[in-house]
Ligand binder design. Structure first.
Ligand code: ANZ
Ligand code: ZN
Length: 818
């Protein structure tokens, strides 16, 4: 018979699938199939697919194809996250507008995706750089402005010099730019923000609903949102009516305060510096150093007294106020009450500057030497006057209540999460739909003037965005008063586009609304989302937020779209080579194209799914790829089994054994799809089935039938992984043209029934061996089998059997005497 030749087979089947239109999601209301939305993270059109993409998309495709075979109406879309810096940088390098580069890359990558045989509904393809898409993001932004959820403000922001733009907090990873690894600089700039902090509580609470997400990602988001409960306390400034407000999570330690500390950027520090040259110099020094949190834990604590004092709210004692480099302006109130007896940082600082250390919490058992270390745990209050004897938990409440009654404090919840900074000083992005008027201020662009189209023919040169010099773009009339005004020249962060693309796929061509409520109720939320874990607090947090914003803008209700965009999340592991991440900069990339050309798309697909469980890292190895290809060739050889049937009949037990293998394999592979997508295990099971079929020499009609069943089942279950190959096998053994991709095999329970069982055999209560017998064996039959077993029989020889106890399915117990 013919050899397995991938290229021709793959081209042939890709065309047939298009002709049969099997990959489209149906929006027909008469379609009664249950809907299933399978989504992979859409790619940035860099020009070439890399192995990370291939892995992600093969995982998604296996899920989508399986669900179709299970009878679901599956939405499996793809598109392009098409705005962003690389396009602009390429444009600078090649002196061509970024639009050109982007669209050319999209064309190239679309071809590569199609070559892999991924079952996307291409009719829903979107590119976020198209005005039909970003128009709606602009529209939503204007609604958010009207609600006060989007605002422009001066703030200390993260600036990346090489990228020539500000960054959101989420884009600063350990103090450096997420994109180019350069340390970010703090700058005071007027920027656009979206009030994600208004949604902090819901974003946190709804994490509990995400039972289909990896715990690790949920934990990362929980930490990022960073809820702390405590109190805000007002300390009156000595000789003034003003107060210094602080946030503390430990109001129970109030009586242990020995100094106050404010951030260098705190107004009180600034005020003190006016008449204090050394302090001014110190503040200047503080503003230069990085304030990433890891640093704050480890860096040398430094400070300087301001000369101001605060009044302790309970004792009235005078407490000195210091400026300290470990206090952040952007958290709480930018000021703390320092309790060196019970806080490690405060302790270190007090030791260094010889400030008093007072113990106010005692451990439940034993003594604590407060001069040698801070006691940071909960305990019983001491040296705390009226609060003595309370335990920490009760004291938090009692002291906060006391402060409230005195008008000196209140309960307070604090989040680490900051508002989302969405403006970027770059060209290749969606314009922020705002017109600045001297009289009317920042005016949102009215609906009928949307989209604000980005001119696509500008040539960036590095430095400032070419929009700042584009007169045609810049000038606009104020929508309110009609006077000449100027457009906002910043563009949106590209995370704005990727935050809602999953919703847009449900009605990708709608020009009546951002999303269609009916389509949302059919498809949302995404049933299975698959992508990289690196997005844990970036994209995955923003997308959750956006979903809630869209819900609250009235685009859909909770009933229609849910409160969360992604029901289940699978975070795939990285693709490694030689133990390190595959990346261009390391020069260790493997080009998927080369593998496809040499072995075919199916081999590439099989390898990425077989080599590791989805969440684990996948170590590239050439032998593995070749092994995958050999497996396909071995399955191909099974076709010969059906070519020349022999006469006679197969032994019933042999048929039974093969059918047991076939149907237990269906069970195992189905389990992998339903529980965690361990495709490596599923494919291993299919390899075992292939081996069993090779070992089987079919005799006569019954043997042929069992063998055919085995090959049909094998081909069908291979379809989600290696669809072209599976279809070809199916066709060659005479299955219907689309049978292999349209019906998942069902387990025949009868085939799983075991006719034989294993019984343990005891003689005089001692286990002496086991026997394999018919399931419904009787006492005599079991005894005969036991006697036939030499290791058991030697305990029976020369003895008289007094009693036989058969526990069906478990045990044969024989009582003997000499
Ligand atoms: C007094 C105290 C006593 C504190 C004690 C801790 C232990 P989280 O859990 O991160 O919310 N703090 C408040 N604002 C700060 C700022 N802007 N920069 C640096 N530190 C700040 O931590 C809250 C605690 O961190 C607060 O509780 C405050 O110190 C400090 F035994 O107040 B605590
Ligand atoms: Zn950068």
């Amino acid at each position: 018979s013919e050899r397995y030749e991938a290229e021709g087979i793959e081209a042939k089947w890709q065309q047939r699938w298009i002709d049969a239109d099997i990959d489209s999601a149906s929006d027909d209301p008469a379609d009664t199939r249950e809907s299933y939305y399978c989504l992979v993270m859409f790619p940035y059109p860099s020009g070439n697919l890399h192995m990370g993409h291939v892995r992600n998309y093969c995982l998604g495709d296996a899920v989508a194809r399986y669900k179709r075979m299970q009878g679901f109406n599956v939405l499996h879309p793809i598109g392009w996250d098409a705005f962003g810096l690389p396009a602009e940088n390429a444009a600078i390098k090649h002196h061509r507008p970024p639009a050109e580069w982007t669209y050319a890359n999209i064309d190239q990558m679309r071809t590569q995706l199609k070559r892999l045989g991924l079952s996307y509904d291409w009719s829903r393809e979107i590119a976020t750089c198209r005005p039909e898409y970003y128009r709606w993001e602009q529209w939503l932004f204007t609604k958010l402005m009207e609600k006060g959820l989007a605002y422009q403000a001066n703030a200390e922001v993260n600036w990346c010099d090489p990228c020539h733009t500000v960054l959101a907090n989420e884009q600063v990873v350990d103090g450096v730019c997420w994109r180019c690894d350069t340390p970010v600089i703090k700058k005071n700039l007027k920027q656009w923000f979206i009030r994600i902090t208004d949604y902090a509580e819901e974003l946190l609470a709804d994490l509990d609903k995400l039972t289909g997400w990896p715990e690790k990602v949920v934990g990362m988001q929980r930490n990022w949102i960073g809820k702390s409960s405590g109190a805000e306390v007002s300390f009156r400034l000595e000789g003034s009516d003003e107060t210094l407000d602080i946030f503390t999570t430990r109001p129970d330690t109030l009586m242990g305060v020995s100094y106050m500390a404010v951030a260098a950027a705190h107004p009180l520090a600034q005020k003190a510096a006016e008449s204090h040259v050394d302090l001014a110099a110190f503040i200047d020094e503080c503003s230069k150093i990085s304030t990433k949190e890891a640093d704050i834990e480890t860096m040398e604590k430094k400070g300087m007294a301001t000369g101001f004092n605060a009044v302790h709210p309970v004792t009235g004692a005078s407490v000195p106020i210091w400026v300290a480099n470990f206090v952040l302006m952007g958290y709480g109130t930018g000021a703390v009450m320092s309790v060196p007896g019970h806080d490690v940082r405060d302790f270190e600082f007090a030791k260094k500057y010889d400030l008093p250390i007072k113990q106010v919490i005692a451990p439940a058992e034993g003594d604590w030497d407060i001069e040698s270390a801070a006691f940071t745990e909960a305990g019983t209050l001491i040296n705390s006057g009226q609060f003595d004897g309370l335990d920490s938990v009760a004291a938090k409440q009692v002291i906060t209540e006391w402060l409230s009654e005195q008008g000196k404090g209140s309960e307070r919840v604090q989040y680490r999460l900051r508002d989302w900074l969405v403006s970027r000083q770059r060209y290749w992005g969606a314009p922020i739909p705002v017109i600045h008027c001297d009289d009317c201020g920042a005016v949102p662009v009215p609906d009928d003037q949307l989209p604000v189209e980005l001119p696509t023919d500008l040539q960036p040169t590095g430095g400032a965005s070419p929009l700042t010099e584009c007169e045609a773009f810049k000038h606009a009339d104020c929508p309110k008063c009609g006077k000449a005004a100027e457009r906002e020249l910043d563009t949106f962060d590209t995370f704005m586009e990727s935050s809602w693309y999953m919703s847009r796929y449900t009605s990708p061509r709608s020009d009546a609304a951002m999303v269609d409520g009916g389509a949302i109720s059919r498809w949302a939320p995404v049933d299975q989302y698959i992508g990289g874990v690196e997005h844990a607090v970036l994209h995955l947090l923003y997308a959750r937020f956006y979903h809630k914003l869209m819900r609250d803008a009235g685009l859909f209700t909770s009933e229609q779209g849910g409160d969360e965009p992604f029901k289940n999340l699978l975070t795939q592991g990285m693709v490694l080579k030689d133990g390190t991440k595959m990346s261009k900069s390391k020069g260790n990339t493997v080009d998927p194209k080369a593998i496809i050309e040499r072995f075919g798309a199916d081999t590439a697909r099989l390898f990425t799914l077989f080599a590791a469980p989805p969440e684990k890292e996948l170590e590239w190895n050439d032998a593995g790829v070749e092994g995958g290809h050999r497996f396909l060739k071995r399955v191909w050889k099974l076709l010969e089994k059906l070519e020349s049937p022999t006469d006679g009949d197969e032994d019933a037990a042999t048929v039974k054994a093969l059918r047991f293998t076939i149907h237990s394999t269906i069970q195992r592979v189905t389990y992998a799809f339903e529980h965690g997508f361990a495709f490596n295990v599923a494919i291993a099971a299919l390899m075992e089935l292939s081996n069993a079929l090779h070992a089987f020499e079919p005799k006569g009609a019954s043997g042929s039938a069992a063998c055919r069943e085995g090959i049909e089942v094998l081909a069908t279950m291979l379809a989600p992984f290696v669809p072209h190959f599976a279809c070809e096998i199916g066709e060659r053994i005479g299955m219907g043209e689309m049978a292999v991709v349209s019906q998942w095999p069902k387990v025949d329970e009868a085939a799983l029934e075991q006719n034989e069982i294993t019984l343990a055999v005891q003689v005089q209560g001692k286990r002496r061996g086991e026997i394999t017998v018919a399931k419904d064996v009787d006492q005599d039959g079991a005894m005969a089998a036991a006697k036939a077993e030499p290791s058991i029989n030697k305990w029976l020889e020369g003895m008289q059997v007094v009693k036989i106890i058969l526990v069906p399915g478990r045990l044969l117990n024989i009582v003997v005497k000499p």
